[in-house]
Design a protein around this ligand. Structure first.
Ligand SMILES: NC(=O)c1ccc[n+]([C@@H]2O[C@H](COP(=O)([O-])OP(=O)(O)OC[C@H]3O[C@@H](n4cnc5c(N)ncnc54)[C@H](O)[C@@H]3O)[C@@H](O)[C@H]2O)c1
Length: 450
């Protein structure tokens, strides 16, 4: 008699993978195995045995993410959604070429989310869609990889945290610098006290710019403009509104690079600060905006003093403000970076490179001390592994909320010209009521966030 093989189903993925492999199970049973050779299980790479991914938003970044996920053997890209027909079709062709299967192509994300065979979704839409689609996804039982920055309002961020917790979903933030080996080493130097007591931080990111045509054009053939604009105010279509730049620099869809690019170095700051829920408590700063007649109307430059609970200051700046300050200790100061200053030295971390007051620290593959961050060197595989294993995310939603709040509150400080006082534990603004009112913003039509 063949021995019966019992596989315990611990979650929906295991069940689905097992159900999808009934034929193989029958074959294995017919082979009367004493046990299943590991190589058979490990070597099974048919789509039904992989984590099934749906890609929502396949413009510049979404198409790049698709290519990255196509390199993850344990995942299969099964569906694509984008209201630009040409973009979803191009993504579909790429999947066809690489995986030799026809993915499902959707105009409307709600149809993709209704597909029960999809385990997880990768969301790379313009920022104003991140949370509305993210919420719908976790409610539909999908795990989510969501591009940075997180939400278009602080209230959206809070709703996203609650939904991820309630539905017990894996969330991974699009802050891929967390898989940078040198950045991880630098963060662990800070956490393990190489720089002594943390005294202050400097964080900088590329600023934005004005411009962008406001001249109305007909909606291009093959674009579902209603779905593109979604919860944002309905405005005439222009050639720049429906581009990457439109989605990065137009306040209808984004906060600008204070969040869009700031997310990366702020994420490294949060990673290295070990602050749990104690986060920042006060914000005061200045900044510049393009003329109100530009389509790209978000904050272009900023210089904000952020204070943490124990008085530690962080100066958060656009690169133009940071350049003369940062060049005193590093010459490659373009782009973005995070410098931690302590009582015994400093460590400066950037995607362009890392440096420290003591260069020998950076030669250590693993520094001394017990504090370790959760690290995986392959960022996209890390997401698929977390989905498969139900294991902690390398870039969890709690950290996304903390770093993204710094962008939102910095922008409020710049706009108001006064101090913004924040309670990070309650996730509430304690200063003027008109500022608390800005924690949420109007949502168009039926696109309510919760
Ligand atoms: N992690 C990084 O380093 C990085 C780099 C670049 C961009 N990003 C982020 O990626 C996101 C996309 O940026 P981009 O430069 O690719 O912009 P993009 O305009 O090129 O792409 C956005 C895509 O989303 C699609 N879209 C719009 N509404 C949609 C909807 N309702 N459903 C599905 N798709 C929809 C658009 O048609 C477009 O194809 C932004 O949030 C941006 O901040 C991250």
């Amino acid at each position: 008699m063949p021995k019966r093989i019992t596989l315990k189903c611990t979650n929906h993925i295991t069940r689905r993978r097992f159900a999808g492999g009934l034929l193989q199970a029958a074959l294995l049973a017919a082979m009367a195995p004493e046990f299943i050779p590991l190589r058979l299980l490990a070597g099974d790479n048919t789509p039904s045995k992989k984590i099934q991914l749906g890609h929502i938003g396949v413009g510049g970044q979404g198409a790049g993410l698709l290519r990255n996920f196509l390199n993850v053997d344990s995942a299969a890209s099964m569906a694509v959604c984008d209201p630009f027909r040409s973009r979803r079709e191009n993504a579909g062709k790429l999947i066809q070429e690489r995986q030799k299967l026809d993915p499902k192509l959707y105009n409307d994300f709600r149809d993709l989310l209704a597909d029960k065979s999809i385990d997880a979704v990768v969301i790379a839409t313009p920022d104003h869609w991140h949370v509305p689609i993210g919420l719908a996804a976790v409610r539909a039982g999908k795990d989510v990889y969501i591009e940075k920055p997180l939400g278009h309002s602080l209230a959206q961020n809070q709703a996203m945290l609650a939904a991820v917790k309630k539905h017990d979903r894996v969330f991974q933030y699009g802050t891929q610098q967390r898989s940078g080996e040198l950045l991880k080493r630098g963060v662990e130097l800070v956490l393990n006290g190489y720089i002594g007591e943390l005294q202050r931080l400097e964080v900088w990111a590329l600023g934005g710019h004005g411009g962008g045509s406001l001249d109305e054009i007909p909606v291009p053939d093959g674009l579902d403009y209603e779905l593109y604009i979604g919860p944002a105010p309905m405005k005439p279509c222009t050639k720049d509104r429906i581009t990457s730049a439109g989605s990065w620099y137009c306040s209808d869809y984004a906060l600008g690079f204070i969040a869009g690019w700031g997310a990366h170095p702020l994420d490294i700051a949060i990673w290295g600060m070990d602050l749990d829920t104690k986060g920042p408590i006060s914000f005061r700063g200045t900044g510049d905006f393009p003329t109100p007649n530009d389509l790209f109307d978000t904050c272009a430059t900023w210089d904000v003093e952020v204070k943490f609970h124990d008085g530690i200051p962080m100066r958060f700046m656009s690169t133009n403000h940071a350049a003369p300050i940062v060049k005193k200790y590093r010459d490659d100061n373009q782009g973005d970076g995070t410098t931690f200053f302590g009582s015994k030295g400093w460590v400066s971390l950037s995607r362009n490179g890392v440096c420290a007051s003591n260069p020998d620290w950076l030669k250590l593959k693993q520094c001394e001390g017990s504090k370790r961050v959760l690290y995986r060197n392959k960022y996209y595989k890390a997401f698929v592994d977390s989905v498969r294993e139900r294991s902690p995310s390398v870039a969890p939603i709690e950290d996304a909320l903390r770093s993204d709040a710094i962008s939102h509150l910095s922008l409020m400080a710049v706009k108001s010209g006064g101090e913004v006082i924040w309670d990070p534990k309650k996730y509430k603004i304690k200063s003027a009521k008109e500022l608390s009112d800005q924690m949420s913003h109007p949502i168009r039509g039926d696109w309510k966030q919760s």
